[in-house]
Design a protein around this ligand. Sequence first.
Ligand code: NAP
Ligand code: FE
Length: 367
Amino acid sequence: MWSFHIPTMVHFGLEVVKKHADFTECGSKAFIVTGKRSARASGALYDVTKTLTGQNVTFVIFNEVEENPSFSTVEKGASLLRNENCDFVIGIGGGSPLDAAKAIAVLGTDPEMTADDLYSGEIEYSLPVIAIPTTSGTGSEVTQYSVLTDNNGNKRGFSSFHAFPLSSFLDPRYTLTMPEQVTISTALDALSHSVEGELINNGVNPMVKGFSLKATGLVREYLPRVLDNPENLLYREKLQYAAMLAGMVIAHTGTTVVHAVGYPLSSRKGIKHGLANAVFLIDIFRRISSSAKEQVTKAIEPFENLDELSEFFKKLGINNFSVNIEEEEIREWAEKAAKAPHNQRTPGKLDRDFYERLYKKIKGMDE
Ligand code: NAP
Ligand code: FE
């Protein structure tokens, strides 16, 4: 038995906002959520505001979303949204502004609610969210997830059917301005979603399997091409499509412990999310492979085997990764990783000692 459902209307293609967005259907005043620069630099903000103005829909811009968006940022955004009486949210940017937009759309409906409440009990309502990605990685434009950083610096994801965007507009032009390191890291995030999601799916859902196979194959073929030709729109489009498909994969499965171990590298050390996963992926998949070889081999298709995937990472410079980590941090993070709910979805039994060794390995490279 399997099911497949993505409630988000996806619009994909060049100039898709200008050609297909009808914001009058979403509400009467938009709350636009962005990071500091990229929404403007990518041209997406211009297209959105021009279209809104042409359709006589007023808007407010909240451009304060940082990488790994914090509880305080989404609470600030929600309060501004309420003061401005906005009735729908447009997120423009990478996963950080998109995830913040989802949280703001829920918190904005209830002045009593705090970001902490997003994690306790069922979310019952959200304002409509329109998602416009400018990176090709998280797939947040088609998922029910939002990952925030709490007041103690821990990354925590919440999940709700109400957090699926109402619609998403994917225009590859918006991804052209990504610098090389953002292009690499976000593509690696898409690749991680694709193989981690299929590892969990284990071939059970044929649509998830098909999407994963396609997404992994596209990243394998087009990430090197994009890096050689960053201005090539067709290649950029392939990565954007791959990231969206991989988003649909994790919407049905979730991510594995690879994501759980990567979280503190981002929230505590400022390492980009996709890179933070990728540096652990091979070691974790090798370990899982010792008890579930066939499952791992199938999950990474069309890569022939882990050696080929490892070689792919090496060519991107992933094997040279290192970061300063204190012994105390290693103990704390390994403890957290061992308790993360991702363990229940991940095949193989990985314990605290294993996670400690993983963290020590990337610290070791630094010495
Ligand atoms: P991001 O944190 O949104 O952005 C990273 C950097 O890239 C920022 O400096 C941003 O600039 C810049 N940038 C974005 N688009 C650009 C463009 N077109 N041109 C130039 N610069 C650009 O990166 P992300 O990897 O897309 O998102 C990561 C976040 O998503 C993490 O918090 C992660 O946990 C979360 N995530 C969510 C899901 C989900 O399903 N919801 C899945 C995986 C990961 P600005 O700050 O100026 O915008
Ligand atoms: Fe991710």
